[in-house]
Design a protein around this ligand. Structure first.
Ligand code: SF4
Length: 598
């Protein structure tokens, strides 16, 4: 559609002022007149402008599924490997694009718009880089466009996340892959099925498989970061994790989906109206009470338990927070920060994707409450319309009750998996507590990026004796991160004991970022050593005695031995020393009672 903004006569004579009924109307018309005059002077009054229309996407249909490869990425390799297995198990051909590197970032800059946030460059450039690598392997551009689809998360904003879709399209066009399909999974509203054209069947099996893969990816990642710094033999933890991941990939690939089977099953399935619901309920119950995944994790726990650790190594715990993408993948996007921290002698506490899922549900609940009675068609009813107000109240309660149920189910599933790994992975952080802590500094209704979470997590992990230092990874050009930077200065002023370091991540400046982290880490190491000295003094033990006790008790050397967390103690070694002193006291008490019984 094209629109001529002004016609010729308007270009010559000012539009007369008509129907002036108020001062506002007079001002509006005068502004219009002035705008037209300036446009005439600039010679842009007769410019024809094209109205923007969303480009028509080539469809991805069910009939193309067998010959189309689904590309995805943006998480850790563990999450992606399990999602890969899950998608294969659902009958899709799929491939995870590699973790983005600096070359991908440069391609993103070359083919995309200027002034985007850092994750945009990395992710957009990464897709282009991967398509180019397919071309180098011998595939023609047309084959790539016809036989591949990229599947990613998207949103309508309010930050630059809302621009990702357009950025992908621009970069693909500029790099010669115009017409390549990018399918968006809307983070706040599910996938637009009409866009998917049924090529991706977004059914219950799909959602459950992806959620299970993400949760189990979270668990294994968390365990890895807790075990690696203490492994008795170098690389033993990664070797064990590699084996476990191969095993879990196979589990996801071959996982049997619940269906109503047999004569009775087919009969129920075909019953009009109730057939679909019965199968849906069956799948849901299978998820809640089935043991396929927990049995698999038990086997993983057995393997990981064989990794030997030395828990007497004193290491500061560094909690990593920040923007979702900057804190998740393990690569150049965050200067390979997690491995750097481990090399420098820290224990890293990473953020699970599960926290993000719970945050999404929490925000949706808050939004339902805030929008009670406000719809597109209608404002809040008058006070005397009790009937309408009651109806709105009921609708809001129904919607929030469903979300509360979703929260409880997600937590339950999380804990079920956690317990299978002997409770080693961390519990989900309570969203209500985070809101309570963060809201005074960062309005919890301000969406975009991590919202109030970044501020809240800083307080939460520092105040609950969970981390010696909080490192926030903030992408260059990130709008919400810039806002929370301002709020964080108020937080650190109030909580003087905190060691908090924000680091801006970009494709360049790795050495500078690492050196800043090293300096803050020095302080955190001192804090960890002082804490250990205090615990040893309180317990009356020496480090050698703790080591001797550990050597004499092989179960304490297992990576999956659960050391309880003690109030006021952060470090793993300090908590272990305290635990050893408790075990020693318990043994002494038992000896005395045995002696008395004899
Ligand atoms: S949160 Fe920040 S880095 Fe992430 S998409 Fe939004 S603006 Fe970009």
């Amino acid at each position: 559609m094209s629109t001529n903004l002004t016609d010729d006569s308007a270009a010559k004579t000012p539009t007369p002022l008509v129907n002036i009924t108020s001062k506002e109307e007079l001002i509006r018309q005068k502004v219009e007149q002035e705008r037209a005059r300036l446009a005439r002077e600039m010679g842009i009054d007769a410019q024809v402008r094209e109205h923007f229309n969303k480009p028509v996407e080539n469809p991805f249909t069910a009939s193309q599924r067998a010959n189309t490869t689904l590309l995805f990425g943006g998480l850790t390799w563990k999450h992606e490997y399990l999602i890969h297995g899950a998608l294969e198990g659902l009958g899709y051909k799929c491939e995870a694009v590699p973790t983005p590197n600096v070359e991908a970032f440069q391609l993103g800059k070359e083919y995309g718009n200027n002034g985007q946030c850092n994750p945009t460059y990395f992710t957009v450039g990464n897709l282009v880089q991967h398509l180019q690598s397919l071309e180098e392997k011998g595939l023609s551009r047309q084959d790539i466009i016809d036989k591949y689809v990229f599947f990613t998360a998207g949103a309508c904003g309010p930050c630059r996340f809302g621009m990702y879709e357009a950025e992908y399209r621009l970069a693909l066009r500029n790099s010669g892959f115009d017409g390549f399909r990018v399918m968006l999974f809307q983070q706040a509203g599910g996938l637009d099925q009409s866009e998917a054209e049924a090529g991706l069947d977004m059914n219950v099996d799909f959602f459950m498989a992806i959620l299970n893969a993400m949760n189990m990816g979270d668990m294994i990642t968390d365990v890895g970061y807790q075990v690696r710094p203490f492994e008795a033999e170098k690389d033993e933890a990664d070797a064990a994790i590699g084996e476990c991941m191969d095993y879990l990939h196979e589990i996801f690939k071959t996982h049997r989906k619940f269906t109503l089977e047999g004569k009775i099953g087919s009969f129920v399935k075909n019953l009009p109206k109730v057939g679909g619901t019965a199968e849906y309920m069956g799948k849901f119950i299978d998820q809640l009470y089935g043991t396929d995944y927990t049995d698999a994790l038990k086997a993983v726990a057995d393997r990981l338990a064989k990794v030997k650790v030395d828990r007497t190594r004193v290491k500061p715990i560094v909690k990593t927070t920040g923007e979702f993408w900057a804190q998740t993948p393990e690569g150049d996007g965050n200067f390979n920060m997690f491995r750097f921290l481990e090399r420098e002698g820290a224990q890293v506490l990473v953020e699970p994707i599960g926290t993000w899922i719970m945050y999404m549900i929490h925000q949706a609940k808050q939004s339902k409450r805030d929008r009670k009675g406000v719809t597109a068609e209608e404002a809040m009813p008058s006070a005397w319309r009790i009937d309408k107000r009651l109806k709105n109240e009921m609708q809001m309660r129904k919607a929030t009750a469903k979300l509360t149920l979703a929260e409880s189910i997600f937590k339950r599933e999380w804990n079920r998996l956690r317990e299978t790994l002997n409770g080693i992975p961390h519990d989900l952080t309570d969203q209500y507590e985070l809101q309570r802590m963060g809201h005074p500094f960062y309005n919890s209704r301000a969406g975009g990026g991590e919202g109030h979470l970044e501020v809240a997590k800083n307080i939460y992990y520092s105040n609950k004796d969970l981390a010696h230092m909080v490192l926030s990874l903030k992408p260059f050009g990130c709008m919400p991160s810039t806002q929370s930077d301002g709020a964080q200065s108020a937080v650190v002023n109030l909580y003087k004991e905190m060691i908090y370091l924000p680091v801006e991540t970009s494709g360049e400046g790795e050495i500078n970022a690492h050196s800043r982290v090293q300096m803050a880490l020095g302080e955190a190491k001192v804090k960890a050593k002082q804490e250990m000295a205090r615990v040893l003094e309180e317990t009356g033990l020496t480090l050698d005695q703790v080591r001797e006790y550990q050597d004499a008790h092989p179960e304490l050397q297992s990576a999956l031995y659960k050391v309880p967390h003690h109030k006021g103690i952060i470090g793993s070694a300090a908590n272990f020393a305290k635990h050893v002193s408790e075990l020693m006291k318990k043994e002494a008490r038992e000896r005395v009672s045995n002696y008395a019984a004899d």
